[in-house]
Design a binder for this molecule. Structure first.
Ligand code: UDP
Length: 240
């Protein structure tokens, strides 16, 4: 039985607590808040933490079954996960199947343009710098990891996540447009998937209608934010 210790860190979407008498674990509580544009825009809805915690739990369980190691150790409650304590790598790893968001804007390519192969990008996780895009060499210069082989391993893992997640979403009637994931080092020196996979961190469009079912509804004031997140959870539950 795990018991919650001190609050270690409060992020934009989750609170991280220690776990009493176990230094190797952390307690992740999903919050109801929603933020966008580096927290310049703030919002929330009741039950948002609950829905996102459940979505991550379902997806990470599926990942484990497909051979992708994740940080989740135990689902403590629908909103709380007991996770391996990872030393997080300061990279946001974005994989895109269809162009949208920052890269579409940067190159003035129409949102919704299909990509011939998945596009992987690194962003430096640094709020003060607004998480800038970085090259492999810049990632090494910034010492996010020690060696190119670590970046190569992260890329391979992220592309495997894309394959598995794309198929899962597809089965659930959802197009996986793009997503952001984060990795960390486990105590035994492995690169493990941490953080979350939710409509906050993915672009998800309903197959057929292309209706947005993700945080763009909040970013772009499209309404029906809660309804869309619930729709993603329901579709996953029915198809996983
Ligand atoms: N994303 C995220 N956190 C960030 C930035 C991006 O989860 O701090 C996700 C975003 O929801 C989208 C993907 O990463 O699914 C690619 O985002 P993009 O680079 O297009 O940036 P945005 O348009 O969201 O600013």
């Amino acid at each position: 039985m795990y018991t919650q210790g001190d609050l270690l860190y409060e992020g934009k979407a989750k609170k991280i607590y220690s776990v009493n008498d176990n230094e190797d674990l952390v307690w992740l509580e999903y919050k109801d808040s929603l933020t966008a544009f580096n927290a310049l825009k703030k919002g929330s809805f009741d039950g948002k933490g609950l829905v996102n915690a459940q979505i991550t739990a379902l997806i990470y369980d599926h990942f484990e079954k497909q051979g992708i190691q994740t940080h989740i150790v135990k689902i403590q409650s629908p909103r709380d996960h007991i996770c391996e304590r990872l030393k997080m790598i300061d990279l946001e790893v974005v994989v895109r199947n269809t162009l949208a968001g920052s890269t579409a804007k940067k190159f003035q390519i129409e949102e919704g343009t299909a990509l011939e192969k998945p596009l992987l990008e690194f962003f430096y996780k640094k709020d003060e710098l607004q998480d800038p895009f970085i090259s492999d060499d810049q990632a090494l210069m910034l010492k996010t990891v020690e060696k190119q082989s670590h970046l190569d391993e992260i890329k391979l893992k992220a592309l495997k996540v894309n394959d598995v997640l794309f198929e899962l979403m597809d089965k659930s009637g959802i197009r996986l447009i793009d997503f952001k994931i984060e990795f960390g080092w486990s105590k035994d020196g492995k690169i493990v998937l941490g953080d979350e996979v939710t409509p906050d961190s993915c672009r998800l469009w309903e197959k057929g209608s292309d209706e947005k079912l993700d945080k763009d509804r909040f970013r772009r004031d499209l309404g029906k934010v809660e309804e869309s997140y619930q729709k993603v959870l329901k579709s996953l539950k029915e198809n996983i």
